[in-house]
Design a protein. Sequence first.
Length: 109
Amino acid sequence: MVGVKMASTDEVAWFGTNMHQAYLRRCQVYATLGTHEYLVTQGGKANIALRKLSDLQSDLPSVIDYISPGKIELAINVPEGTKLQELTIYYKIRRAAVDFGWVWRSSTI
């Protein structure tokens, strides 16, 4: 990866094999284990693996543990299913984001 910085304007450009890879490489990414593994296979990276809220046996921190002190600035929250329990878990993530002052944008695919 090559980086370029224009001193007079502080503009920065990062390069990868495609736009998506360059974006992922520039961001500090925190992901659940499954997403972490996917990003790595696509040439990306994730700094730390977070546990899913439903995985109470894991010693990993949860996404809410990172939302509350402001360690995360953007969350991509894609529900895996339509069961009430799954939707409730994703609601908790969105609710935490709002409670800690995020501007929330959401879209359903």
